[in-house]
Design a protein around this ligand. Sequence first.
Ligand code: PEP
Ligand code: MN
Length: 338
Amino acid sequence: MIFNMSNTATAEEINHVIERIKECGYQAHVIQGAERTVIGAIGSNGRRSEIEALRAAPGVEEVIEIAHPFKLVSRQLRQQRTVVDVHGVKIGGGDLVVMAGPCSVESGEQLMQTALAVKAAGANMLRGGAYKPRTSPYDFQGLGVEALRLLRDAREATGLAVVTEVMSETDVEIVAEYADMLQVGARNMQNFSLLRKLAGVPRPILLKRGPSATIKEWLLAAEYLLAGGNANVVLCERGIKTFETATRNTLDLAAVALVKELSHLPVVADPSHGTGLRSLVGPMSKAAVAAGADGLILEVHPCPERALSDGAQSLDLPGFAALMKELGREPSRDVKAA
Ligand code: PEP
Ligand code: MN
Protein backbone atom coordinates (compact mmCIF):
# COMPACT_ATOMS: atom_id res chain seq x y z
CA MET A 1 0.00 0.00 0.00
CA ILE A 2 1.20 3.51 -0.76
CA PHE A 3 0.31 6.42 1.50
CA ASN A 4 0.51 9.70 -0.37
CA MET A 5 0.78 12.36 2.29
CA SER A 6 -0.73 15.74 1.54
CA ASN A 7 1.72 18.55 0.76
CA THR A 8 0.63 20.27 3.94
CA ALA A 9 1.20 17.21 6.16
CA THR A 10 3.28 18.03 9.22
CA ALA A 11 6.37 16.08 10.34
CA GLU A 12 4.30 14.84 13.27
CA GLU A 13 1.55 13.49 10.99
CA ILE A 14 4.12 11.80 8.76
CA ASN A 15 5.88 10.19 11.74
CA HIS A 16 2.56 8.99 13.12
CA VAL A 17 1.75 7.19 9.86
CA ILE A 18 5.23 5.62 9.76
CA GLU A 19 4.89 4.40 13.35
CA ARG A 20 1.40 2.98 12.78
CA ILE A 21 2.57 1.15 9.63
CA LYS A 22 5.27 -0.53 11.73
CA GLU A 23 2.85 -1.30 14.57
CA CYS A 24 0.59 -3.03 12.04
CA GLY A 25 3.47 -5.37 11.14
CA TYR A 26 4.66 -3.77 7.88
CA GLN A 27 7.93 -2.10 6.86
CA ALA A 28 7.67 1.61 6.13
CA HIS A 29 9.64 2.88 3.14
CA VAL A 30 9.70 6.64 3.06
CA ILE A 31 10.29 8.56 -0.15
CA GLN A 32 10.82 12.23 0.39
CA GLY A 33 9.76 14.12 -2.76
CA ALA A 34 10.26 17.81 -3.44
CA GLU A 35 6.62 18.57 -2.63
CA ARG A 36 5.27 15.65 -0.68
CA THR A 37 6.18 12.52 1.23
CA VAL A 38 5.19 9.08 -0.01
CA ILE A 39 5.23 6.14 2.40
CA GLY A 40 5.12 2.54 1.21
CA ALA A 41 3.80 -0.12 3.58
CA ILE A 42 5.53 -3.31 2.48
CA GLY A 43 5.32 -6.85 3.80
CA SER A 44 3.18 -9.95 3.80
CA ASN A 45 2.70 -10.49 7.53
CA GLY A 46 0.98 -7.23 8.44
CA ARG A 47 -2.50 -6.79 9.85
CA ARG A 48 -4.48 -5.69 6.84
CA SER A 49 -7.66 -4.45 8.53
CA GLU A 50 -5.72 -2.25 10.95
CA ILE A 51 -3.65 -0.61 8.26
CA GLU A 52 -6.77 0.00 6.17
CA ALA A 53 -8.00 2.27 8.97
CA LEU A 54 -4.94 4.52 8.55
CA ARG A 55 -6.61 6.00 5.47
CA ALA A 56 -8.39 8.29 7.89
CA ALA A 57 -5.22 9.52 9.65
CA PRO A 58 -4.52 13.26 9.51
CA GLY A 59 -2.23 14.29 6.66
CA VAL A 60 -3.04 11.23 4.49
CA GLU A 61 -4.32 12.41 1.11
CA GLU A 62 -4.80 9.10 -0.67
CA VAL A 63 -3.97 5.43 -0.32
CA ILE A 64 -3.14 3.35 -3.39
CA GLU A 65 -2.82 -0.41 -3.68
CA ILE A 66 0.35 -1.50 -5.47
CA ALA A 67 -1.01 -3.58 -8.32
CA HIS A 68 2.13 -5.65 -8.91
CA PRO A 69 3.83 -8.28 -6.75
CA PHE A 70 7.03 -6.22 -6.92
CA LYS A 71 6.71 -3.15 -4.70
CA LEU A 72 9.93 -1.26 -4.01
CA VAL A 73 11.06 -1.42 -7.65
CA SER A 74 7.64 -0.29 -8.86
CA ARG A 75 7.04 3.08 -10.43
CA GLN A 76 3.80 3.20 -8.51
CA LEU A 77 5.83 3.62 -5.34
CA ARG A 78 8.38 5.98 -6.81
CA GLN A 79 7.61 8.02 -9.89
CA GLN A 80 10.94 9.80 -9.91
CA ARG A 81 13.55 7.77 -11.81
CA THR A 82 16.42 6.28 -9.87
CA VAL A 83 19.88 7.44 -10.92
CA VAL A 84 22.59 4.97 -9.95
CA ASP A 85 25.98 6.52 -9.33
CA VAL A 86 28.88 4.18 -10.08
CA HIS A 87 32.02 5.97 -8.96
CA GLY A 88 30.80 9.20 -10.56
CA VAL A 89 29.15 7.62 -13.63
CA LYS A 90 25.43 8.36 -13.45
CA ILE A 91 23.26 5.60 -14.91
CA GLY A 92 19.69 6.69 -15.59
CA GLY A 93 20.50 10.38 -15.46
CA GLY A 94 19.64 11.06 -19.10
CA ASP A 95 23.03 10.47 -20.78
CA LEU A 96 23.69 7.10 -22.38
CA VAL A 97 26.27 5.14 -20.36
CA VAL A 98 28.51 2.77 -22.31
CA MET A 99 30.24 -0.10 -20.50
CA ALA A 100 32.74 -1.88 -22.70
CA GLY A 101 35.51 -4.43 -22.46
CA PRO A 102 36.33 -8.06 -23.01
CA CYS A 103 34.04 -10.93 -22.11
CA SER A 104 36.89 -12.38 -20.02
CA VAL A 105 40.01 -10.77 -18.64
CA GLU A 106 42.70 -12.89 -20.30
CA SER A 107 45.97 -11.03 -19.61
CA GLY A 108 47.26 -7.66 -18.45
CA GLU A 109 48.12 -6.66 -21.99
CA GLN A 110 44.77 -7.68 -23.47
CA LEU A 111 42.87 -5.79 -20.77
CA MET A 112 45.01 -2.65 -20.74
CA GLN A 113 44.95 -2.35 -24.55
CA THR A 114 41.17 -2.73 -24.56
CA ALA A 115 40.64 -0.37 -21.63
CA LEU A 116 42.73 2.41 -23.20
CA ALA A 117 40.97 1.99 -26.55
CA VAL A 118 37.41 1.98 -25.17
CA LYS A 119 38.22 4.97 -22.99
CA ALA A 120 39.66 6.84 -25.97
CA ALA A 121 36.51 6.06 -27.97
CA GLY A 122 34.31 7.54 -25.22
CA ALA A 123 33.21 4.58 -23.05
CA ASN A 124 32.21 5.41 -19.46
CA MET A 125 32.93 2.09 -17.77
CA LEU A 126 35.10 -0.98 -18.21
CA ARG A 127 33.65 -4.49 -18.17
CA GLY A 128 35.62 -7.74 -17.95
CA GLY A 129 34.89 -11.15 -16.46
CA ALA A 130 37.13 -12.51 -13.70
CA TYR A 131 34.80 -15.37 -12.69
CA LYS A 132 33.15 -16.80 -15.79
CA PRO A 133 29.91 -18.79 -15.85
CA ARG A 134 30.66 -21.22 -18.69
CA THR A 135 28.26 -23.81 -20.03
CA SER A 136 31.03 -26.41 -20.18
CA PRO A 137 33.40 -27.11 -17.27
CA TYR A 138 36.16 -27.60 -19.87
CA ASP A 139 35.94 -24.01 -21.13
CA PHE A 140 38.03 -21.10 -19.78
CA GLN A 141 36.71 -20.29 -16.32
CA GLY A 142 38.37 -16.89 -15.78
CA LEU A 143 41.50 -15.76 -13.94
CA GLY A 144 39.71 -15.01 -10.66
CA VAL A 145 41.57 -12.72 -8.24
CA GLU A 146 44.37 -12.14 -10.74
CA ALA A 147 41.79 -10.68 -13.13
CA LEU A 148 40.43 -8.47 -10.36
CA ARG A 149 43.93 -7.04 -9.87
CA LEU A 150 44.28 -6.43 -13.61
CA LEU A 151 40.91 -4.67 -13.64
CA ARG A 152 42.09 -2.43 -10.82
CA ASP A 153 45.26 -1.58 -12.77
CA ALA A 154 43.20 -0.72 -15.87
CA ARG A 155 40.90 1.39 -13.71
CA GLU A 156 43.87 3.31 -12.36
CA ALA A 157 45.32 3.86 -15.83
CA THR A 158 42.07 5.03 -17.44
CA GLY A 159 39.85 6.31 -14.66
CA LEU A 160 37.08 4.01 -15.94
CA ALA A 161 34.78 2.54 -13.30
CA VAL A 162 34.80 -1.25 -13.35
CA VAL A 163 31.91 -3.70 -13.53
CA THR A 164 32.55 -7.42 -13.14
CA GLU A 165 30.49 -10.50 -12.33
CA VAL A 166 30.33 -12.10 -8.93
CA MET A 167 29.26 -15.73 -9.35
CA SER A 168 29.31 -17.01 -5.83
CA GLU A 169 28.43 -15.81 -2.35
CA THR A 170 31.93 -16.70 -1.20
CA ASP A 171 33.48 -14.21 -3.65
CA VAL A 172 31.27 -11.24 -2.81
CA GLU A 173 33.76 -9.56 -0.44
CA ILE A 174 36.78 -9.84 -2.69
CA VAL A 175 34.90 -8.68 -5.81
CA ALA A 176 33.42 -5.75 -3.88
CA GLU A 177 36.92 -4.81 -2.76
CA TYR A 178 38.14 -4.43 -6.36
CA ALA A 179 35.10 -3.50 -8.46
CA ASP A 180 32.90 -0.40 -8.55
CA MET A 181 29.79 -2.34 -9.63
CA LEU A 182 28.94 -6.02 -9.16
CA GLN A 183 27.23 -7.93 -11.94
CA VAL A 184 24.76 -10.73 -11.24
CA GLY A 185 24.96 -12.92 -14.31
CA ALA A 186 21.93 -14.17 -16.19
CA ARG A 187 22.33 -17.68 -14.82
CA ASN A 188 22.35 -16.37 -11.25
CA MET A 189 19.38 -14.02 -11.51
CA GLN A 190 17.33 -16.21 -9.19
CA ASN A 191 20.16 -17.23 -6.87
CA PHE A 192 18.28 -15.82 -3.92
CA SER A 193 20.99 -16.35 -1.32
CA LEU A 194 23.45 -14.46 -3.55
CA LEU A 195 20.88 -11.67 -4.00
CA ARG A 196 20.32 -11.49 -0.23
CA LYS A 197 24.04 -11.21 0.36
CA LEU A 198 24.45 -8.51 -2.30
CA ALA A 199 21.61 -6.54 -0.74
CA GLY A 200 23.94 -5.81 2.15
CA VAL A 201 26.97 -4.79 0.08
CA PRO A 202 27.77 -1.09 -0.43
CA ARG A 203 28.17 -1.44 -4.20
CA PRO A 204 25.73 -0.87 -7.07
CA ILE A 205 24.46 -4.04 -8.73
CA LEU A 206 23.98 -4.81 -12.44
CA LEU A 207 21.22 -7.42 -12.48
CA LYS A 208 21.06 -9.35 -15.73
CA ARG A 209 17.79 -10.90 -16.82
CA GLY A 210 17.77 -14.70 -16.68
CA PRO A 211 17.69 -16.39 -20.11
CA SER A 212 14.24 -17.83 -19.32
CA ALA A 213 12.99 -15.29 -16.82
CA THR A 214 9.77 -13.38 -17.26
CA ILE A 215 9.81 -9.63 -16.66
CA LYS A 216 7.91 -10.22 -13.42
CA GLU A 217 10.53 -12.70 -12.18
CA TRP A 218 13.31 -10.29 -13.14
CA LEU A 219 11.72 -7.42 -11.23
CA LEU A 220 11.09 -9.67 -8.24
CA ALA A 221 14.78 -10.60 -8.26
CA ALA A 222 15.55 -6.85 -8.13
CA GLU A 223 13.01 -6.56 -5.31
CA TYR A 224 15.23 -8.88 -3.20
CA LEU A 225 18.06 -6.36 -3.50
CA LEU A 226 15.92 -3.34 -2.65
CA ALA A 227 14.07 -5.12 0.15
CA GLY A 228 17.42 -6.10 1.66
CA GLY A 229 18.65 -2.50 1.62
CA ASN A 230 20.51 -2.01 -1.68
CA ALA A 231 18.64 0.55 -3.77
CA ASN A 232 21.43 0.97 -6.34
CA VAL A 233 20.27 -1.52 -8.90
CA VAL A 234 20.55 -1.35 -12.69
CA LEU A 235 18.63 -3.89 -14.76
CA CYS A 236 20.23 -5.45 -17.85
CA GLU A 237 18.31 -7.03 -20.74
CA ARG A 238 20.71 -9.54 -22.30
CA GLY A 239 18.44 -11.66 -24.47
CA ILE A 240 16.16 -14.56 -23.70
CA LYS A 241 15.79 -18.09 -25.00
CA THR A 242 13.22 -18.46 -27.76
CA PHE A 243 12.66 -20.99 -30.57
CA GLU A 244 14.98 -18.93 -32.77
CA THR A 245 18.42 -20.45 -33.37
CA ALA A 246 19.84 -17.97 -35.90
CA THR A 247 20.82 -15.67 -33.04
CA ARG A 248 22.32 -16.77 -29.72
CA ASN A 249 19.47 -15.20 -27.77
CA THR A 250 16.53 -12.97 -28.64
CA LEU A 251 17.21 -9.43 -27.40
CA ASP A 252 13.87 -8.43 -25.92
CA LEU A 253 13.72 -4.70 -26.54
CA ALA A 254 10.05 -4.55 -25.68
CA ALA A 255 11.17 -5.56 -22.20
CA VAL A 256 13.45 -2.51 -22.06
CA ALA A 257 10.55 -0.21 -22.90
CA LEU A 258 8.10 -2.03 -20.61
CA VAL A 259 10.43 -2.18 -17.62
CA LYS A 260 10.91 1.57 -17.92
CA GLU A 261 7.14 1.89 -17.58
CA LEU A 262 6.90 -0.55 -14.66
CA SER A 263 9.98 0.40 -12.68
CA HIS A 264 11.96 3.48 -11.67
CA LEU A 265 15.24 1.57 -11.98
CA PRO A 266 17.62 2.27 -14.89
CA VAL A 267 17.79 -0.33 -17.67
CA VAL A 268 20.74 -1.15 -19.89
CA ALA A 269 20.93 -3.51 -22.87
CA ASP A 270 23.55 -6.09 -23.79
CA PRO A 271 23.40 -6.56 -27.57
CA SER A 272 26.54 -8.73 -27.46
CA HIS A 273 24.96 -11.63 -25.54
CA GLY A 274 21.56 -10.61 -26.89
CA THR A 275 22.53 -11.54 -30.43
CA GLY A 276 25.78 -13.51 -30.29
CA LEU A 277 26.74 -11.98 -33.64
CA ARG A 278 29.20 -9.12 -34.09
CA SER A 279 27.42 -7.73 -37.15
CA LEU A 280 24.19 -7.27 -35.16
CA VAL A 281 25.74 -5.49 -32.18
CA GLY A 282 25.70 -2.05 -33.86
CA PRO A 283 22.12 -2.16 -35.18
CA MET A 284 20.76 -3.57 -31.90
CA SER A 285 22.71 -1.02 -29.85
CA LYS A 286 20.94 1.74 -31.75
CA ALA A 287 17.62 -0.06 -31.44
CA ALA A 288 18.12 -0.39 -27.67
CA VAL A 289 18.79 3.34 -27.38
CA ALA A 290 15.64 4.03 -29.39
CA ALA A 291 13.70 1.75 -27.02
CA GLY A 292 14.80 3.86 -24.07
CA ALA A 293 17.85 2.03 -22.70
CA ASP A 294 19.88 4.10 -20.24
CA GLY A 295 23.07 2.35 -21.25
CA LEU A 296 24.77 -0.38 -23.23
CA ILE A 297 27.17 -3.11 -22.17
CA LEU A 298 29.33 -4.24 -25.07
CA GLU A 299 32.00 -6.90 -25.49
CA VAL A 300 35.20 -5.62 -27.10
CA HIS A 301 38.44 -7.54 -27.75
CA PRO A 302 41.69 -6.47 -29.47
CA CYS A 303 41.65 -9.70 -31.48
CA PRO A 304 38.23 -11.37 -31.32
CA GLU A 305 39.37 -14.44 -33.27
CA ARG A 306 41.73 -15.25 -30.39
CA ALA A 307 39.29 -14.52 -27.58
CA LEU A 308 38.99 -17.21 -24.89
CA SER A 309 35.26 -16.56 -24.68
CA ASP A 310 32.57 -14.95 -26.85
CA GLY A 311 34.84 -13.88 -29.74
CA ALA A 312 32.03 -14.19 -32.29
CA GLN A 313 30.04 -11.43 -30.61
CA SER A 314 32.98 -9.19 -29.65
CA LEU A 315 33.69 -5.97 -31.51
CA ASP A 316 37.32 -5.26 -32.35
CA LEU A 317 38.82 -1.93 -31.30
CA PRO A 318 38.15 -0.02 -34.57
CA GLY A 319 34.65 -1.56 -34.72
CA PHE A 320 33.89 -0.25 -31.24
CA ALA A 321 35.24 3.22 -32.03
CA ALA A 322 33.13 3.33 -35.22
CA LEU A 323 29.98 2.36 -33.31
CA MET A 324 30.65 5.00 -30.68
CA LYS A 325 30.87 7.60 -33.43
CA GLU A 326 27.57 6.41 -34.87
CA LEU A 327 26.08 6.76 -31.40
CA GLY A 328 27.26 10.36 -31.41
CA ARG A 329 30.06 9.88 -28.89
CA GLU A 330 32.96 12.29 -28.79
CA PRO A 331 36.32 10.56 -28.42
CA SER A 332 37.81 11.16 -24.98
CA ARG A 333 40.28 14.01 -24.66
CA ASP A 334 41.57 12.63 -21.37
CA VAL A 335 45.36 12.56 -21.67
CA LYS A 336 45.48 9.31 -19.71
CA ALA A 337 43.67 7.56 -22.53
CA ALA A 338 45.56 9.14 -25.41
C1 PEP B 1 28.91 -11.74 -19.44
O1 PEP B 1 28.50 -10.58 -19.26
O2 PEP B 1 30.04 -12.00 -19.86
C2 PEP B 1 27.97 -12.86 -19.19
C3 PEP B 1 28.40 -14.06 -18.90
O3 PEP B 1 26.69 -12.48 -19.36
P1 PEP B 1 25.33 -13.29 -19.10
O4 PEP B 1 25.28 -13.56 -17.64
O5 PEP B 1 24.29 -12.33 -19.57
O6 PEP B 1 25.38 -14.53 -19.93
MN1 MN C 1 30.48 -12.95 -22.62
